[in-house]
Ligand binder design. Structure first.
Ligand code: URA
Length: 201
């Protein structure tokens, strides 16, 4: 982590951070990955979504959340008027993951891997400077809050990286447990309400 912290701290722009992170040799999983997956969407967005790690499709396309879970993620945020392709920051979404490389066989990230990349993630949030962050599932909760238990954490506003943060259930979980979409919808409305409040003078 010390090496990552020194590297990440030297990045003054998102492009510089992406280059430094792509060259980071501290994680073995990079060797099994096709691509480095940094982020997608509009870095000026008010909302920054943090997921877990690239899956097979993300690894292939070098973009986060472009597989089935990503399609659901896009639908969820479209329902409150946010999209990764919106040019206007007020409707935009910026998306990244805790790990920029696909773990072998899509296994869960290990705690040491999460910790190793945390300085890059913290710098990423600081440089993008979103109004709020969404922690998609247990891995970003482990990274940002130091704890898991997403089914208890979800929907409860907390603070992460010095700003309001909303843990939500991961869309891959929602694909397996469609009944939980009801709570995810409530969380999206809570996010929309928070953005409304933030828009008041
Ligand atoms: N799941 C994630 O957490 N991130 C992705 O980019 C894709 C699937």
């Amino acid at each position: 982590p010390a090496r990552a912290a020194a590297l990440a701290g030297g990045a003054d722009t998102l492009d510089a951070l992406a280059r430094l992170q792509a060259d980071f040799e501290g994680l073995d999983i990079r060797r099994g990955a096709r691509n480095f997956v940094f982020a997608d969407g509009n870095p000026a967005a008010r909302v920054m979504v943090i997921g877990e790690a690239p899956g097979e499709e993300e690894d292939r396309q070098a973009r986060p959340f472009v597989g089935r879970a990503g399609q659901l993620l896009d639908q969820m945020f479209a329902a409150i008027g946010l999209s990764r392709t919106a040019p206007d920051a007020r409707q935009a979404l910026y998306i990244t993951n805790v790990l920029p490389w696909r773990p072998p066989g899509n296994r869960r990230p290990e705690p040491a891997e999460i910790e190793a990349m945390l300085p890059f993630l913290a710098r990423h949030v600081a440089l993008a400077d979103p109004q709020v962050v969404v922690l998609m599932g247990n891995t970003p909760c482990q990274a940002a809050l130091g704890r898991q238990g997403i089914l208890r954490l979800r929907g409860q506003w907390t603070a992460a990286f010095g700003r309001p943060a909303l843990p939500m259930t991961h869309p891959a979980y929602l694909l397996r447990n469609p009944i939980a979409k009801r709570e995810a919808w409530a969380d999206l409305l809570s996010l929309a309400a928070r953005l409304q409040d933030g828009a008041q003078p």
